[in-house]
Design a protein. Structure first.
Length: 342
């Protein structure tokens, strides 16, 4: 079977990091689009590819030799660029968050259905063995061998201080759908939904930045979110782009508590979690480090999976329903903090 033929829209940090992963798993990258074709050519050259593949978005859309397009542009461009690619007969893998609007997500997937093409959202952590392991722990209940018993509470925090650089205004721009939730908070939101289901109740409060020059509204820069999931499981998340509190995910159950600090970027072979056993744990109280499952994961696995989905060999992950549900959850949080993206 011939290598899947890909195009890329976007030449920023994310695209720069993912291009080598695409090449590693056999993607035939034939076009890299940007407002300035030179930027696409420069990115291609940095990965030892032909700089002549640099082009504009319109050039990319007109090509009939591309099977799929990876979209790595600012948030506010995701939906419309995805729809344009779908209408041009191309499968689409789009960076997260796909959109903060359920209606926009549903509209895009309607276009995917009409075009008979796949539309996927980027979540590299989904493809690592640790993620399936955490889900097993969260759903085991008080069965034999369970580490924490019946899940009661999930706490997922992710924050780091925003520093200067080419993406700073993107993250602080309301027009470009920036903010702490859209930059970092979508990670814990996605993970908590994966572990506990769709939230029955959502509440949130946030602190906002001053609007950028020429914009009417600022974006959230720190955000506290609380959830009630099916079965009474509670969830809490703090996310920020103004302070650095780090990355922590903690699952607390009826028997114990498990904490990991690398839930979204679990590469390497030294992945561990900390388990605290409560007094009522079948193995007795105590604390221990547990070696979490390792193996291939991340971006290479994601692109390999999408290639297999295009060939009809696997079901796309996340499913359209899961991407729409993520957009709906983002929308509920934005409503709670009084933020609206038109």
């Amino acid at each position: 079977m011939s290598a899947p033929r890909w195009g890329i829209i976007g030449t920023g940090r994310i695209a720069t990091g993912h291009l080598p992963c695409m090449l590693e798993v056999g993607c035939d990258v034939r076009a890299i689009a940007s407002r300035d074709p030179q930027r696409g050519g420069d990115l291609a050259k940095s990965a030892d590819q032909d700089p002549e593949i640099g082009c504009t978005v319109d050039d990319l859309l007109r090509r009939d030799d591309l099977d799929a397009v990876y979209i790595a542009t600012p948030n506010h461009l995701h939906v419309e660029q995805s729809i344009a690619c779908l209408r041009a007969g191309k499968h689409v893998l789009c960076e997260k968050p796909f959109t903060p609007s359920r209606a926009a997500a549903e509209r895009a997937f309607e276009e995917a259905t009409k075009a008979d093409r796949l539309l996927g959202e980027v979540w590299t952590y989904l493809y690592h063995p640790q993620t399936a392991w955490l889900r097993e722990i969260a759903t085991a209940g008080e069965s034999p061998g369970s580490l924490i018993g019946t899940l009661r509470l999930i706490r997922c925090d992710r924050s780091h201080t925003l520093v200067g650089g080419p993406t700073e205004n993107t993250r602080l721009s309301h027009r470009m759908q920036g903010g702490a939730l859209m930059d970092l908070g979508v990670y814990p939101l996605s993970l908590m939904r994966l572990l506990a289901g769709e939230p029955a109740e959502v509440s949130a409060t946030g602190r906002f930045a001053e609007p950028l020059p020429g914009e009417a509204a600022g974006v959230d820069i720190s955000l506290s979110m609380a959830f009630r999931f099916p079965g009474g499981v509670l969830g809490h998340s703090f996310t920020s782009i103004e302070v650095t509190e780090g990355v922590t995910t903690t699952l607390t159950g009826s028997w114990g508590r498990l904490t990991t600090t690398r839930p979204y970027n679990p590469g390497g072979d030294d992945l561990t979690a900390h388990l605290t056993r409560f007094e009522n744990h079948p193995d007795g109280p105590g604390e221990t480090k547990i070696k979490a499952p390792t193996g291939e994961g991340g971006a290479p696995s994601m692109f390999r999976h999408f290639n297999a989905a295009m060939a009809g060999d696997v079901e796309l992950r996340p499913t359209p329903e899961q991407t729409i549900a993520e957009a709906a959850a983002i929308e509920r949080i934005n409503e709670a903090i009084g933020q609206r993206f038109d």
